[in-house]
Write a protein that binds this ligand. Structure first.
Ligand code: HEM
Length: 520
């Protein structure tokens, strides 16, 4: 998904000069770390606030020059996820930092993340300082689910949840997604055929196109040719626009508004990228709407299993349909990087790959096409994807803003409207929660570990504002993995070539992943 990170991906924490935190004294005085005082009762929060609570002034964090140094001299923009780990090591589980003009409080402990999310209120807000919203306002576009707030968000959410979160409804996308996977296998066959060693170069780029084709089929029930030998130019342009927009999201947020009048390029590029994304979505929506109208005028009945059709029946304005579908397209594409990371890790762990292959074979019993019900009976498959999302959370840092009240978190009063960055990358790589945190061990998810905090790895978020595409995304990844592994054995192209994650608003591979696809 996409935008939720706008604030949250300021997740670095940018550091210089450690200050001794009063928080340490607080802990000694109270006997227990404040972040262990969970879960918080609302009435407790207020009585605590008046007593011993600390304020933002007491909170440690880097100085402004430290922030600028980290960001621009230490490639901080692409290392925001690592800066979470550095920030936690230097300041403890809570620290404040300024990302350009924005002050944000970082929270890097599962119990603290839980405290924030339990106080998020009726209509949770991810970030109210978003350049994404500014763009929509400047162009007169409607907000979609990612960017809408309050009652407007609630009403869109309820509408979409009917079609995206109910297991039965999602299972119905299985056939459509399977047909896209068939094309993906064909595309992989073609690409490996270009190399003597059966190597598919830059699998992430291939899966990106698969992601776009997959989400388009769910949204429009039509195919847009991303997996053909020659990819349509507008599709490549759309993919490029998403890339540029994500990079420019961070840049525009780091530059104060007054300075943007002088340094205009990032904002201009940001807007141009959004313009072409909206135009792409509009073209496909208009095409489908016209088909619906034509059918109706011929007195034919319409049946559809695609989201644009469902939305068209909901009495939504066209403006709102454009806004929502554009945002769903965006949210649905980039998240398929999970497939690239899964194959990367499986290629480096042949024993896990072989056990997963066995599991798929046993469930399918010779059938070629897995269904949603089949993948439900593949525990190792689920464990592999969970582990991949722990190591490479697509959204390494999410955010929340509580607009209407001050809240107490970890012993600090966080004033209302403060941007709180939830450092998911730091918690999911915490050795205290996940022993050997950097190693790929899907087995850790096969047994129930009561001692592991449930908020330590929450790649789809939690609560009312959590990922609405979760079930579709999981189904898509499971179906693709099952069929790829039945058809090919996947090996690293160059042994030992380590790929690391990089922040580009979302977490992506820092270099090309090349994999060998040999016949089973
Ligand atoms: C592996 C795949 C995916 C991951 C890891 C992921 C992760 C997330 C996360 C962490 C959030 C923010 C949750 C929060 O703030 O608590 C989110 C929100 C969202 N995601 Fe996903 N996502 C994925 C796939 C998708 C797909 C395929 C779609 C579309 C079909 C989608 C649509 C959305 C939307 C619309 C929101 C905003 C929900 C709201 O504000 O109510 N996501 N996603």
């Amino acid at each position: 998904m996409g935008s939720q990170n706008k604030g949250g991906l300021l997740s670095g924490g940018l550091y210089e000069g450690t200050r001794v935190s009063k928080c340490v004294f607080y802990r000694v005085r109270m006997g227990v770390p404040p972040f262990l005082l969970t879960p918080l009762q609302p009435d407790l929060v207020h009585s605590d606030m008046s007593k011993e609570a600390l304020t933002l002034a007491d909170m440690p964090g880097p100085s402004l020059p430290g922030f600028i140094y980290d960001l621009f001299c230490r490639k901080g923009m692409s290392r925001l996820h690592e800066l979470q780990l550095e920030g936690k090591a230097k300041y403890g589980p809570m620290w404040k930092a300024s990302f350009g003009p924005i002050l944000t409080v970082h929270v890097a402990e599962p119990t603290l993340i839980e405290q924030v999310l339990r106080q998020e209120g009726q209509h949770p807000i991810r970030s109210d300082l978003s350049s994404w919203k500014d763009y929509r306002l400047s162009r007169g576009h409607a907000y979609g689910l990612l960017t809408a707030e309050g009652e407007e968000w609630q009403s869109i959410r309820s509408m979409l949840a009917k079609h995206m979160l109910r297991p039965k409804e999602v299972e119905a996308y299985g056939d459509t997604l399977n047909s896209v996977v068939t094309d993906l296998i064909g595309r992989l066959e073609h690409q490996r055929g270009q190399s003597d060693r059966k190597v598919v170069a830059d699998v992430a780029h291939e899966f990106y196109k698969f992601g776009l084709e997959g989400i388009s089929s769910v949204l429009f029930e039509s195919r847009i040719g991303c997996l053909q030998v020659t990819v349509p130019r507008e599709t490549e342009e759309f993919i490029q626009a998403i890339n540029t927009m994500f990079v420019m999201t961070l840049v525009t947020m780091a530059i104060p508004k007054w300075l943007q009048c002088v340094i205009r390029k990032p904002w201009t590029k940001f807007c141009q990228s959004w313009d072409s994304m909206f135009a792409f979505a509009k073209k496909h929506i208009d095409q489908r709407m016209k088909e619906i109208e034509d059918k109706l005028s011929r007195g034919e009945t319409i049946e559809g299993k695609y989201l644009t059709y469902f939305l068209s029946k909901e009495n939504l304005s066209m403006k709102s349909i454009y806004g929502n579908i554009t945002e769903l397209l965006l949210a649905g594409v980039d998240t398929v990087s999970t497939l690239s990371w899964s194959l990367y890790e499986l290629s480096r762990h042949p024993e896990v790959q072989s056990r997963l292959y066995q599991e798929i074979q046993e469930v399918l019993q010779g059938r070629a096409l897995p269904s949603a019900a089949d993948v439900g009976r593949m525990p190792l498959m689920k464990a592999v994807v969970k582990e991949v999302l722990r190591l490479y959370p697509v959204i390494p840092g999410n955010a929340r803003v509580v607009a209407d009240k001050d809240i107490l978190v970890g012993g600090y009063v966080i004033p209302k409207k403060t941007l709180i960055t939830l450092c998911h990358y730091a918690t999911s790589r915490d050795p205290e929660v996940f022993p050997e945190p950097d190693s790929f061990q899907p087995e850790r998810w096969l047994t129930r570990d009561e001692s592991r905090h449930p908020y330590a790895s929450i790649p789809f978020g939690f609560g009312k504002r959590s990922c609405i595409g979760r079930r579709i995304a999981e189904l898509e990844v499971y179906l693709a993995l099952a069929r790829i592994l039945c058809r090919f054995e996947v090996k690293p192209d160059t042994e030992g070539c380590v790929v690391r994650p990089m922040t580009r608003t979302l977490l992506v591979p820092d270099r090309q992943i090349d994999l060998q696809f040999t016949d089973r």
